[in-house]
Design a binder for this molecule. Structure first.
Ligand code: ADP
Ligand code: GLC
Length: 483
């Protein structure tokens, strides 16, 4: 049994903006069921405190002149112990974890997540009077990048693992911020936090963590190249022997079509007819005609990464009658373009701009085909959910999408491995091609039921990946001990 401190800026169901929250909710739960002593730590946003139910105050820390309370609660489903870092000046505000209500980054994000990271370090060094010290600290994304950095200055110290969920977000701030944060002067070097004259939070994680992971084997390769390395590829190549790609797992207690309280009718691989009711419910929800016509669905952040622009450009060019529903929010230009398309084709296209957990579940269940034309995708969870819901995905061959979806052709159909439709280049032609392939298969009784069945039988539960993390934790603990 290892003592693991899992640090993240969001964790479902307490607070969620994307897949990081799903993972931070489900991986600690999987580790707990492998009998590990795991503690999750996140900032105490008001929504997180509300959703945590009963919390108790377990201590107070002084960090850079701020008095910070530590609250302890339990994750609603898994009962994993969660610690909430309560510094009202930093986290108690209306808006999202990273942005205000109009979508602008909080001006003090560097200060907010530096404070969070410093609290994690104090706990990791057993200086928070909790009488508990982790053997390994698992950090996630740039918000926790200063944790391995500051821990590296301690000896002895716990092992550190840093996971990259998306290298496109790096936490880059001007030199002034470095000075304002009062970080040790020695860290201002191209060998540590300095990145072309700026302060880079993620670089701290990439340089100083004992072990690095990312969320799929293919993305682990891709980030070592200039195309998807976002300026960090040379550093990652240098640390290639420390970098592993471990595929994200799915919490099938939350994403299960036979027991999902958020959908219209439960169904299984043996009773796929129930899916039909969900389709009708979805058509009604979007005010689309309730008829037999292929229904395409998409859920996701409306940013370039997700290829939403490709989709909006491709849709009018599909020469077969279809309906399309889109749920998402993000950049205004994409939101407006999606709404304009729905206005142009009111009988075919439904768009909901916003964040809606239960609608996301209904789309997974009610659509026939799930669309995920991401330009890059570190892992992607929606395609994994769509597989389980018998909604074969159309995906670009990149990152975790390439690792989890098998293209349908005569060979894969025969082999029983076909689960979706995969295109090679992220352009309109590629996407259109894959959508047409899906629609052709949809019409054939010797194709669609088989692909649906294969998809629903895929197992991306945590059982395998959580064990891979465990063996990595052991290595990180050894690395730290041998310094
Ligand atoms: P990313 O983390 O890059 O956004 P993932 O596919 O890993 O992409 O995870 C996205 C998660 O966020 C999924 O659980 C998805 O259902 C959810 N999600 C994204 N956008 C919305 C939305 N508008 N409403 C509800 N859930 C959403
Ligand atoms: C990021 C990635 C997504 C991944 C998620 C969880 O948000 O964009 O691909 O699934 O993190 O690891």
């Amino acid at each position: 049994m290892s003592r693991i401190l899992f640090a993240s800026s969001e964790a479902a169901p307490l607070i969620k903006t994307g897949g990081l929250a799903d993972i931070s909710g489900s991986l600690p739960a999987a580790l707990k069921s492998l009998r590990q002593a795991v503690r999750l730590i996140i900032p105490a946003y008001p929504e997180a405190i509300r959703n945590a139910g009963h919390v108790k105050n377990i201590g107070t820390l002084k960090i850079g002149g701020h008095s910070v309370r530590l609250l302890e609660g339990r994750m609603p489903d898994s009962k994993v112990i969660v610690w909430l870092v309560d510094s009202p000046a930093h986290f108690s505000r209306t808006g999202g974890p990273y942005t205000d209500n109009s979508g602008h980054d909080w001006a003090d994000n560097a200060e907010r997540f530096a404070l969070f990271s410093r609290v994690v370090v104090e706990i990791a060094m057993n200086r928070a009077r909790l009488n508990w010290q982790p053997e390994v600290v698992h950090c996630n994304d740039w918000q926790t990048g200063l944790v391995p950095t500051l821990l590296n200055m301690e000896n002895p110290r716990p092992g550190t693992v840093f996971s990259i969920h998306n290298l496109a977000y790096q936490g880059v701030f001007p030199y002034r911020t470095f000075a304002d944060l009062g970080l040790p002067a020695a860290l201002w070097s191209y060998r540590s936090l300095e990145y072309f004259g700026n302060l880079s939070f993620i670089k701290g994680g990439l340089v100083f963590a004992d072990r690095l992971t990312t969320v799929s084997p293919t993305y682990a390769e891709e980030i070592c190249t200039p195309t998807l390395g976002y300026g960090m590829d040379a550093l990652l190549r240098h640390r290639r022997d420390r970098l592993t790609g471990i595929l994200n797992g799915v919490d099938y207690d939350v994403w299960d079509p036979c027991a999902d309280p958020l959908i219209d009718t439960p169904y299984t691989v043996e009773t796929p007819a129930g899916k039909q009711n969900n389709k009708l419910a979805l058509q009604r929800r979007f005010g689309l005609p309730e008829k037999t016509i292929p229904l395409l669905g998409m859920v996701g952040r409306m940013v370039e990464q997700k290829g939403i622009d490709l989709l909006l450009d491709a849709i009018p060019l599909i020469d077969i009658p279809v309906q399309l529903v889109i749920l998402g929010s993000g950049e205004k230009r994409f939101e407006q373009a999606a709404l304009a398309l729905a206005k142009r084709f009111p009988k075919q296209i439904g768009v909901y701009i916003g964040y809606d957990e239960s609608l996301a579940h209904l789309i997974e269940a009610g659509a026939d085909v799930f669309l995920m034309p991401s330009r890059f995708e570190p892992c992607g969870l929606n395609q994994l959910y769509s597989l389980r819901y018998g909604t074969p995905p159309v995906v670009h061959k990149t990152g975790g999408l390439a690792d989890t979806v098998t293209h349908t052709d005569t060979h894969t159909l025969e082999a029983g491995s076909a689960t979706g439709f995969v295109f090679d280049f992220p352009d309109i032609q590629g996407l259109l091609w894959a959508i047409r392939q899906a629609l052709k298969c949809y019409e054939r009784s010797d194709c669609w039921p088989q692909v649906m069945k294969n998809a629903m039988q895929q197992d991306f539960s945590w059982s395998h990946s959580a064990r891979l993390y465990l063996s990595l934790y052991r290595q990180a603990i050894q690395d730290a001990a041998s310094i």
